[in-house]
Write a protein that binds this ligand. Structure first.
Ligand SMILES: Nc1ncnc2c1ncn2[C@@H]1O[C@H](COP(=O)(O)OP(=O)(O)O)[C@@H](O)[C@H]1O
Ligand SMILES: [Mg+2]
Length: 512
């Protein structure tokens, strides 16, 4: 072999029962390289990494580290072999300090005592060597998500990680935090470590990676150098057909006021997600994007409007009528539709078949209910129409919702809610977890609604999508609005600053 690969995975196949999540996958990573693994949701990226980290045992295939065949018996064994993994969800203990978290589970030379002084000294040393800003005495609970991620990276390096795996690390970061992460990773790679960077975001992969291995439906479809490939080509490889990456939006003059939220205060699941006296409005033909890092009050806002979360103070008016603290059923009667955050928990009844799911929101409507008896003939026709129009891939309408794939379930919910002909559509992460084709479809449907003069409140953490679809963008941080910007004024940089808590001028007085 002419290359000196620090890692080679050869012909890895991983089956879960009858299902093949990885099929003959190959991955070669050199020393000092940042290697991307790109693929849509469900392509098998995490599975491959879990095999490498010893969390899963491969059905077939071999792993080589520094050209030597190895067997990885579990995460501890992986760590011993120089593999570190920074998980999508951090595994730090929040009541402990940084140094305690790093020391946890490590062998101490002074067993059974832990030499905290020495550990702290080493932490500082490793942090300095790698340009990480980490205070060993800080409590995890006091750190931002970005800082916690730095601790995870430090922890992996501290344990001698030569090959670092980062599984979708930017999902929880602001653009500025992502930039900082990229600088850190480049620095670590320069020192000779190999980094495996997993993502479904094309821009990121192009920015940070030297090479990319692309997976589609569990198989390799290519290995490319990022130097000579365009975003569009990369997208094509990822989804297996040509894709348009731009969102085309017509100019529409907003109509009359539809949604008027004033001084809204709602208790959330955390302090950060509790809404603290927020005010905004939305008009006909307007898409209002709600951006922010997850957990800053987005869900609380949407649920308060939909009648699923109690309003402590303030008012919500729709078309001039005060709907504050009305029941979800009353609010539905006002034609306020909801695409919820969780498709499976709130969005649908998994055990119900597609027909019952489709008419779920209109059970008491004369259209489908005659003196308490469901009119199944009408319901069946209605369901067929939506399946057809929304291209829901299903074995039939009598299967239960649980058997649909995520994307098809999302289309079902989208179709159901849009067919309510709503005055106001609340859409939370309507494209989360969908492939590029399905995302395009959802965008088209939302823009159709906008064109029909509907009002849409659209919550997303995907900044490109928010900027492409919205007429105005509201950023939520710590349950407050840090700013409302026009689509034309929005940039990643500006939104990123607002997502990190910076108020933009004139908004400041209004929302404090
Ligand atoms: N433990 C498991 N049992 C059964 N199926 C699984 C398991 N883990 C993953 N899968 C399936 O394998 C496929 C690939 O999943 P994953 O590796 O998580 O994809 P990615 O990380 O690319 O989004 C998915 O269809 C997923 O449902
Ligand atoms: Mg994954």
């Amino acid at each position: 072999m002419s290359h000196n690969y620090s890692l080679s995975m050869k012909n890895i196949t991983k089956k879960f029962g009858d299902f093949t999540a990885n099929e003959n996958v190959n991955l070669d990573v050199e020393k000092g390289e940042i290697h991307g693994i790109l693929g849509e949701n469900g392509a098998g990226k995490s599975t491959l990494m879990n095999v490498l980290y010893g969390l899963y045992k491969q059905t077939e295939g071999d792993v080589y580290i520094n050209e030597e065949k190895v067997q990885i018996d579990g995460p501890l064994d992986a760590i011993a072999k120089g593999i570190g993994m920074i998980h999508q969800h951090f595994m730090l203990i929040s009541a402990f300090s940084v140094s305690e978290n790093i020391a946890l589970g490590l062998k101490s030379q002074k067993e059974p005592f832990i030499d905290m002084v020495e550990i702290k000294r080493r932490i500082k040393e490793v942090a300095e060597e790698n340009n990480l800003t980490v205070d060993p005495d800080a409590m995890i609970s006091d750190l931002s998500v970005g800082q916690q991620q730095q601790v995870e990276i430090l922890k992996a390096l501290y344990r001698g990680g030569e090959i670092l795996i980062l599984d979708e690390p930017t999902g929880v970061l602001t653009p500025q935090e992502s930039e900082k992460l990229f600088a850190t990773l480049k620095m670590i790679a320069k020192k000779g470590h190999s980094i495996i960077f997993i993502s479904h975001k094309l821009d990121e992969v192009l920015e940070i990676c030297d090479k990319v291995t692309i997976l589609r439906r569990g198989k390799n479809v290519g290995v490319v150098s990022t130097e000579n490939i365009s975003k569009k080509e990369l997208a094509g490889l990822m989804v297996g057909r040509e894709v348009t990456l731009s969102i085309e939006k017509e100019d529409i003059k907003p109509g009359k006021l539809v949604l008027d939220v004033s001084n809204l205060t709602v208790k959330g699941s955390t302090v950060a997600s509790s809404l603290k006296s927020i005010s905004f409005s939305a008009r006909e033909g307007e898409i209002i994007g709600i951006a922010g890092v997850d957990g800053n009050g987005q869900r609380e806002l949407v649920e308060a409007i939909a009648g699923l979360n109690k309003v402590i103070s303030g008012t919500i008016k729709v078309n001039g009528e005060d709907i504050t603290n009305k029941s979800a059923k009353e609010i539905l009667k006002r034609k306020i539709a909801l695409i919820p955050e969780s498709r499976k928990v709130v969005g649908s009844v998994c055990q119900f078949n597609l027909v019952d799911n489709m008419i779920l929101r209109q059970l008491y409507d004369k259209k489908f209910n005659c003196w308490g008896v469901i009119k199944y003939k009408e319901a069946n026709i209605y369901t067929d129409e939506i399946i057809e129009e929304y291209d829901i891939r299903t074995a039939g309408k009598s299967i239960c919702a649980a058997q649909l794939s995520g994307g098809n379930l999302q289309k079902l919910i989208l179709g159901r809610e849009i067919h309510l002909d709503p005055n106001l559509l609340l859409a939370m992460h309507p494209t989360r977890g969908l492939d590029v084709g399905a995302i395009e479809f959802v965008h088209e449907k939302l823009l159709e609604q906008r064109k029909a003069g509907k009002t849409i409140v659209y919550v997303s953490t995907e900044l490109e999508e928010v900027m492409g679809l919205s007429d105005r963008i509201i950023v939520l941080y710590n349950g407050k609005i840090t700013g409302i910007v026009d689509q034309l004024e929005a940039s990643r940089e500006l939104l990123g600053r607002m997502m990190a808590g910076e108020y933009i001028d004139d908004i400041k007085e209004a929302s404090l």
